[in-house]
Design a protein around this ligand. Structure first.
Ligand code: GUN
Length: 289
């Protein structure tokens, strides 16, 4: 079998087209949406991710503001910038790029973000809304994956989805989202992680109708552990030098029914969902004038 490609680039372009129209409509009312980013330190991959977010903003007509802080910035200085973004009228939504350097308190930084400006959906209030199933900005990578599966009509509702990884930005919120009683979700979900013995891990993965790998371990999912015809999504990334590697080994394409490409799968969908959260925040703000 040769798997069909889950083309995130193509879908993200279509989503950006829609957002462009909505950003223009807001601009016509003098309410052009604004997205902010805060990057601490000089990690090259984080810097590139942030740069791509700004490139997407430019394509769509969203204003973007960036604050670069040194790796040795104090918690207090970081939170002063967060406070400034909270009150800056030109910023509808923003994010603090994660991970933060070790000495900084990530939880305190996330808590300091105004939940109504949370572009990431990672503020504890918004994660709480996700647990409760009430309306709020959704975490971008999980939301992007759900949209990608839906666009390619991959059966998810009532199916068994295996999520590999339990991190804050992907695995944990993704598992919550997948169990929600909403279109494209409503799945039976298993979360596996490094605490699961190898033989059990392989057994769990083999039972997945959909497998989503978000562990950040190159080539972790191999063809022998995939049910023939399953959909396999590579959401975790790692680097070999400057080459971006997927958690999904390329041999998986021979057994899977659907697969994300190494580049142009989940990444562009994450950015499209981020911009979508910014436009929604701007629309809400313009509507409440
Ligand atoms: N670093 C990796 N993924 C993410 C994300 O979704 N949001 C933020 N803020 N940082 C990240």
């Amino acid at each position: 079998m040769t798997a069909r490609l889950l083309d995130g680039n193509a879908l993200a372009e279509a989503i950006l087209d829609d957002l462009r129209g909505r950003a223009e409509a807001l601009g016509a009312k003098d309410r052009r949406p604004g997205l902010g980013t805060i990057l601490v330190g000089d990690d090259p991959s984080s810097a590139r991710y942030v740069e791509m977010k700004h490139e997407d903003c430019a394509k769509v007509g969203i204003a973007s503001v960036h604050e670069q802080l040194p790796a040795d910035v104090s918690q207090q200085e970081l939170e002063q910038v967060i406070d400034r973004f909270n009150t800056d009228e030109s910023i509808d939504a923003y994010l603090v790029q994660l991970p933060l350097p070790r000495d900084l308190d990530e939880e305190a930084a996330l808590l300091a973000v105004d939940p109504s400006k949370d572009a990431d959906g990672l503020h504890p209030v918004n994660l709480g809304r996700l647990v409760m199933g009430t309306d709020g900005p959704l975490p971008c990578t999980p939301h992007g994956i759900i949209e990608l599966l839906a666009a390619y009509e991959v059966p998810v509702e009532g199916r068994h989805v295996v999520v590999i990884g339990r991190g804050l930005t992907i695995g944990r919120p993704l598992a919550l989202l997948l169990t929600m009683k909403r279109a494209g979700c409503n799945a039976a979900v298993t979360v596996v992680h490094t605490g699961v013995p190898r033989a059990d891990f392989v057994e769990h993965v083999r039972r997945g109708d959909v497998v989503i790998a978000a562990a950040g371990q190159a080539g972790l999912v191999t063809a022998d552990m995939v049910k023939p015809g399953a959909a396999v999504v590579g959401a975790g990334t790692s680097f070999k030098g400057r080459k971006l590697l997927s958690d999904v080994h390329e041999s998986v394409a021979e057994v899977a029914g659907w697969i994300t490409p190494r580049i142009g799968g989940v990444g562009p969908m994450t950015r499209a969902m981020l911009l979508s959260n910014a436009v929604i925040a701007a629309e809400r703000r313009a509507g409440s004038d």
